[in-house]
Design a protein around this ligand. Sequence first.
Ligand SMILES: Cc1cc2nc3c(=O)[nH]c(=O)nc-3n(C[C@H](O)[C@H](O)[C@H](O)COP(=O)(O)OP(=O)(O)OC[C@H]3O[C@@H](n4cnc5c(N)ncnc54)[C@H](O)[C@@H]3O)c2cc1C
Length: 480
Amino acid sequence: MHETDIIVIGGGTGGYSTALRAAALGLDVVLAERDLVGGTCLHRGCIPSKAMLHAAELVDGIAEARERWGVKATLEAVDWSALTATRDDIVARNHRGVEGHLSHAGVRVVRGSAALTGARTVRVEPTGTGADAEAGGEWTARRGIVLATGSRPRTLPGPAPDGRRVVTSDDTLYAPGLPASVLVLGGGAIGVEYASLHRSMGADVTLVEAADRLLPLEDADVSRHLTRGLKKRGIEVLTGARLEQAETLPDGVRVTVRPARGEPRTLDVERLLVAVGRAPVTDGLNLGAAGLATDDRGFVAPADWARLETAVPGIHVVGDLLPPPSLGLAHASFAEGLLVAETLAGLSPRPLDYATVPRVTYSSPQTASVGLSEAQARERGHDVVTNTLPLTAVAKGMVHGQGGMVKVVAERAGGGGAGQVLGVHLVGPHVSEMVAESQLIVGWDADPADVAQHIHPHPTLSEAVGEVFLTLAGRGLHQI
Ligand SMILES: Cc1cc2nc3c(=O)[nH]c(=O)nc-3n(C[C@H](O)[C@H](O)[C@H](O)COP(=O)(O)OP(=O)(O)OC[C@H]3O[C@@H](n4cnc5c(N)ncnc54)[C@H](O)[C@@H]3O)c2cc1C
């Protein structure tokens, strides 16, 4: 039995950030990872998907160059193996970076599958070979254990993913190419991003969402502008629609979808991409040995959200294993890792405020939001005032020519003006890079008058944000 201060189970963004911060605070840390440090985000999620979406933007740019700007360019072909080689190189360099940080910080990475054997003990079965094989064993944690085992794609009853015709986001990365036609099931961020990617690469795309709009947790205007943008690009969007049947064919899938109204539709597609959410991973973790259990959705819920600590003192949870209000986002898991490491080191970090975590969809058009939607604000009893501006109202928005909008939701102040900013919602090109300002506005409880003091650079897309705040502060320049 070896001893250490902290054992972290899972080396994804939640786990490795916990380990790095705890080591920086002088604690002795063991990190058990059964696959590759970096986890879903680095190897199957954020990074490879955004690399491919960047290539997709370049492809779209060729059409825009030709159609809008008189640049006589044509797309010859997309060399998928060259594209994926660049993507994989980016992932590999980041992977080496994470390994380097962990090693430099003195974190002991144990390559193996970890299971709890008690409230302070963990057994690691080696999954590697050679030198790695010696790394397993049983460990006692003097200060605590951090569960960071993440999530995997959720599937539905019906045809199981076979990696070829019925696929998940994971399979899409390893496929030898993209199909000529795809039905994407699920209109959340992952489904929307993959629908966008396939369309840019020339596929016929049908995007099916059971709720009555895409990104159902976002502001209704975000869904509306996003749907308009996707439809304009030729993506068929079916909302309020349910998968009724899916039958695998030798070269594809026959899918029957029941729309909200009207008769069921049957489509033959080369691939059915199932993107209906993520399921927490606890298999083999042996939670019962520490007196823990999952909730009815499979998450491990903290008893104390301020410390992200379970009902068993000293056992903490970070990342996708947490139920809402945690967000299943890498940047949320980084913050959770910092919080738990600092808690275990005896500090008193500020509890997280999930309401101020930005949410981004990297499709074309992109969406980026922070804070409450208009409907959520009203449900919570706020007297709300909003202002919305199309991105094309500013010159740079016209240059991009892709539509989009800025919407701000604020508390109504005395005299009918706008008080505290409750939410900011953006749709359009590059809005993922524009949302950080809004995060500070919402996080620091700013009023439009505070924001309107700050001059936005001209000409930029961010001017649209500035203009909305000027208007809400009663000083609008270009909005009539
Ligand atoms: C296609 C896609 C795109 C995404 N895009 C974004 C994005 O743009 N921005 C964003 O913020 N988020 C994005 N996400 C979400 C993001 O990837 C996750 O929120 C994040 O990876 C969660 O980190 P985690 O540490 O909780 O879990 P994971 O990254 O899943 O890591 C868990 C790790 O634990 C290991 N493990 C599991 N069980 C054991 C065990 N018993 N013993 C040892 N090791 C174990 C696993 O091997 C894994 O490496 C995306 C996800 C997907 C799928």
